[in-house]
Ligand binder design. Sequence first.
Ligand code: SF4
Length: 337
Amino acid sequence: MNKKKHIDGYLEVTHKCNQNCAFCSFPPKNDGMSFKELKEKVMRFKEKNVSEIVLTGGEPTINPDLPKLIKLISDQGLPSRLITNGVKLADKCFVKKLIDSGLGRVALSFHTHKKDISEKLSGVPGNFEKYILAMENMTELKLWFDINTTITSLNLPYLPDTVKFIAANFPKTAFISFNFVDAVGNSKNNFAIVPKISSAEYHLTKIFHACKNCGIEFHIERVPLCYMHYFETRSSEAHKFINDEFILISRKEKDFNPVRHKPGAKINGYTKSEPCKICLLNDICAGLPEDYAEMYGTGELYPRFKSIQSVLAQETNRKFVKENQQWQKSQTENTLL
Ligand code: SF4
């Protein structure tokens, strides 16, 4: 029997934002969709059988219709996920309202546990405490949340400690999505914030070990597999290729732009170069983001001579080890009862 394919439907709820992040790739605009337009998009997502609607922006919590929109999605029998900077979730009543409207889960941006760096990145003094409050509120109200972390030159060396901070203070956190900073929008005028991928490799490996030691699952987006030795399947793009994933993006101006990660396919916004032609991982690697290549060129790419089969075997082995550890833990807990 064929397993039903998971399709995420991305809905841009607003283009406005309450922060001014130093790395923002879509600097805020004063337009967006009316509730009527958003409702039409939700209905079309439903017709297209999406598995989940992902509410994104700008900052979606800025839209006063958000609770109504979540309720509408929930009434259609669809789960929703909110991607947010977390500022408004510092208000417990607001979190409760979203939960009561039917919100399923949250992906909260948390880029560092260091307050000074956090303020430099968000452009708003005082917001660091709000992110912490947001996580405390969601923990207390039992709203499931994952973390989104943008990798920049400022926070990169401290990210392994950020992982430990999250694990120590919010132990229910199960997943962190690391996104290598876009080299467009605000970063384009501030290119020192975009680290060279080759110089980030050491820190990426340390992040991998920190997550592993803390029992947190993670993905890293926008890093080619040349720089993800031993954790290739944690590449967000490779994961999508391996699972032949499909997403739909709905914007005001461009409706239902499909992105399919069919193994070997070219992905919009990514580029490859000569070494990719002889690379054994070519079919499951998206390559280098075009905006990064425009900034720094493609000279850092080099071919990998590890087979896709051994990458997949490594993943199977990892799952087996994890299941075995969970089983052993449950046996120990049962013995102690
Ligand atoms: S050489 Fe190209 S295909 Fe191979 S890992 Fe690097 S970017 Fe990916």
